[in-house]
Design a protein around this ligand. Structure first.
Ligand SMILES: *Cc1c(COP(=O)(O)O)cnc(C)c1O
Length: 402
């Protein structure tokens, strides 16, 4: 038996069943849970959760594609030089993303930090060593006022401060000798500077532009769109809809900046990115996830989501006054369909909030979303076998309120 085969036999058994074999041809591909040899959820008393929502870090993001699990398993039995691995995976991903250079980070938040660090230090070893405590005035990162968000703490962690601007004129005036970078939050509710103007103004001042598009696939085209537009750096989360490792992400764009970002990251011993290490298996896994995502039949996957919505809708609409509607989030974040349920609360005497509580506290525990009027059932993160479970539970809860 070849060594390769032994490794395969050891680790991939759970993946070789029906999921890969086309039984679920119209469904998104999910790995079958392993045979219950050792149930670590049970051993530790951790609740299994069905995610009828969107990718949320507190709920462990997304489920890795079977290809990703295979990459992790099959690469975990040998050592590799981490510089070589990051370089080779980066080169391949850059080719796939049609850009100069790419790297795997520990999530998009890490990419924000490393991209900023790269813009501050370049390849200057002294600066890399001193970050975040550079002598002199603090480096400045330009952002639109309406683009400020929780994740920009990853920017200021480098010691940089954020300069808020509104409109092209203010942005023009904000550049000075301390400016190192300008960040665009792709999913911001509103923008006073368009993407095109933002890029043009940055180019005029020879300052790199960076776009955070962490949650912004589908559509798959977004993985190419922003570097083509002219952004110097782009980040996407690895562990959202790309379904790579939850603790991995992509940083890509200009070669000199990616090289500088790598110098600020593990496996180098000292730099600011060292505590944000990505292990060998996850680097391989992120590569496998990206490849799989780019090769996926996105139309078929979308249709599969719509089919799931129809299945759940037809079951719960058997209750009088309950209405289901397919809602497609306009994006750019989470731009996929979900099922919006409403009902006459005089007839079905419960509120979406109450249903959410019951779903969450029931067995199995199901997490969905909603507000006072609408119960939103997400379908994109459900395993195929969970679609009917969710439909049944929602129906059960609503029926009891009639
Ligand atoms: C999720 C998200 C992040 C953080 O991404 P991680 O991969 O979890 O680090 C950053 N920015 C935006 C806009 C996000 O949606």
């Amino acid at each position: 038996m070849k060594r390769r085969d032994i490794l395969k036999g050891l680790s991939l058994l759970p993946l070789s069943g029906g999921v890969m074999g086309g039984v679920l041809a119209s469904e998104s591909v999910f790995a079958e849970p392993p045979a219950p040899t050792r149930d670590l959820f049970k051993e530790l008393g951790v609740t299994r959760v069905i995610n009828a929502g969107v990718t949320m870090t507190f709920l462990s993001g997304s489920l890795m594609m079977p290809e990703v699990l295979e990459a992790i398993n099959s690469t975990s039995h040998d050592f590799a030089n981490m510089y070589e691995l990051q370089d080779k995976v980066g080169a391949k991903m850059a080719e796939m993303l049609q850009c100069e250079a790419a790297m795997v980070t520990s999530g998009a938040a890490c990419a924000l930090l490393l991209g900023t660090a790269a813009a501050i230090t370049g390849t200057d070893q002294e600066k890399i060593k001193l970050l975040p405590n550079l002598p002199g005035p603090r480096p400045e990162v330009i952002m639109q006022k309406t683009h400020r968000y929780l994740f920009d703490q990853a920017i200021t962690t480098t010691g940089a401060r954020i300069i808020e601007v509104e409109g092209n004129d203010e942005m023009e005036k904000a550049f000075n000798s301390n400016t190192v970078l300008a960040l665009f939050f792709n999913a911001a509710g509103s923008s006073s500077v368009t993407r095109e103007d933002f890029i043009a103004i940055c180019k005029k001042h020879q300052i790199p532009s960076f776009i955070d598009a962490a949650a912004d696939v589908p559509p798959v085209e977004n993985l190419f769109k922003y570097q083509k537009m002219g952004f110097d750096l782009v980040t996407f989360s690895g562990g959202k809809m790309i379904r790579g490792p939850q603790s991995a992400g992509l940083l890509f764009g200009r070669k000199d900046l990616i090289e500088a970002a790598k110098l600020n990251h593990s496996p180098h011993e000292a730099p600011i990115g060292r505590p944000m290490k990505v292990n060998k298996e996850e680097i391989f896994g992120m590569y496998a996830a990206l490849k799989s995502y780019l090769e996926r039949d996105h139309k078929k996957e979308w249709q599969g989501w719509l089919d799931r919505i129809s299945r759940i809708k037809s079951q719960v609409e058997t209750i009088a006054t309950v209405k289901g509607e397919t809602h497609v989030d306009p994006g750019p974040a989470n731009a996929f369909p979900s099922l919006h349920l409403t009902w006459d609360q005089q007839k079905v005497k419960t509120t979406p909030k109450d249903v959410l509580d019951q779903l969450k506290n029931g067995t199995p525990s199901i997490v969905a979303n909603g507000d006072d009027k609408v119960l939103s059932i997400g379908v994109v993160l459900l395993r195929p076998d969970q679609v009917n479970i969710v439909a049944r539970r929602v129906k059960e809860i609503l029926s009891k309120a009639v």
